[in-house]
Design a protein around this ligand. Structure first.
Ligand SMILES: [Fe+2]
Ligand SMILES: [Fe+2]
Length: 325
């Protein structure tokens, strides 16, 4: 059995009780203003715009609140290796919106069920613990709805679908790989949330070939989306191999040892060959070596996979794009 260390062995039963099942971004209203980075108007909660920098936002996400939302509790419970699917299902059912998210995904064309699921507990058994955790993470971090960069969920869905296809080739669990694909660019959504216009300028510069993605993000926000996401996921007790894969997905070489890093590398390469791939990601990926041949995905095999991934991503993306708020 894997050992993710003391932090990951946190007993979910000892978490504080939930008092507000819809609480999101729980502590951002008192954003301190001591950051050297530009502050931006950020809509946080209903009608409460506050000014926070990327560093303030990330610091607040990394500090778990005394009374976490249901979605946060789901993430922490799922990251405890002793947790059971039934426990996760019962916890999700405390939050009607999160229940709707997970059920919508389980009932999407991607899973191809003949009989729709009608409970969160059943939905979790269909999508698996890792995917339920990815959905809860998206909800807890406020990524549902329109507040993400253009094409964010399309690219995430394509990378998740590709990761699930590639997983058996690199000795990686399919559900873990799928959830990694869904969340790998989580940091981009967080930086976009801090300042959508500044993030659009970053992606424009990168798409035009004028700057590398990581450098442009650091100059605009003081951090890059891979490091930002890894810091938050680590604080939320995600397994170290998962965090490592996110942290290095724009700074990787060949001969990757960590199966999670390897599956993400190949999945992203595949997803970026689809027609609707974000241009700035395509340009950014050119600076990194290809790992597809190592995974037995030469041109012929890749051509066959692209149609499969495109179809599965299309079956998946509607359930992600139309998540009820
Ligand atoms: Fe990506
Ligand atoms: Fe990325």
């Amino acid at each position: 059995m894997r050992d993710y260390g003391a932090a990951a062995r946190r007993d979910a039963c000892r978490l504080p009780p939930v008092t507000d099942s819809h609480a999101r971004w729980p502590d951002l209203a008192y954003a301190p203003r001591d950051s050297p980075h530009p502050e931006c108007e950020v809509p946080v909660g209903p009608g409460r715009p506050v000014k926070v920098s990327a560093h303030q936002l990330l610091r607040q996400l990394q500090e778990l609140p005394a009374q976490p939302s249901v979605a946060m509790r789901v993430v922490l419970t799922a990251n405890d290796e002793r947790s059971a699917l039934s426990e996760l299902g019962r916890l999700i059912e405390l939050d009607p919106a999160l229940t709707a998210h997970v059920m919508r995904l389980a009932n999407s064309a991607y899973y191809g069920l003949n009989t729709p699921v009608s409970s969160a507990t059943r939905a979790v058994t269909i999508v698996g613990l890792a995917t339920a955790r990815a959905v809860a993470t998206s909800v807890a971090m406020g990524l549902e709805g329109p507040g993400v960069p253009p094409g964010f969920w399309e690219h995430s869905a394509a990378t998740a679908s590709a990761a699930a296809v590639v997983a058996p080739r690199v000795g990686c669990n399919r559900a873990d790989a799928f959830s990694l694909g869904l969340l790998h660019d989580l940091g981009a959504a967080l930086l976009h949330r801090v300042d959508p216009q500044a993030y659009a300028e970053v992606t424009g510069l990168v798409a035009a070939g004028e700057q590398s993605l990581v450098i442009a993000e650091i100059e605009a926000f003081g951090t890059s989306h891979d490091q930002a996401a890894a810091g938050v996921l680590e604080a939320w007790n995600f397994p170290p191999p998962f965090v490592a894969a996110v942290r290095s997905h724009h700074d990787r070489g060949r001969n990757l040892v960590n199966p999670m890093t390897r599956v993400l590398a190949s999945a992203e390469e595949i997803s970026l060959r689809l027609p609707n791939a974000p241009i700035h990601e395509v340009v950014a990926s050119r600076a990194m070596p290809s790992n597809l041949a190592e995974d037995g995905l030469g041109d012929g095999a890749l051509e066959r996979l692209l149609d499969q991934v495109a179809g599965e991503a299309a079956a998946l993306v509607d359930s992600l794009l139309s998540l009820p708020a």
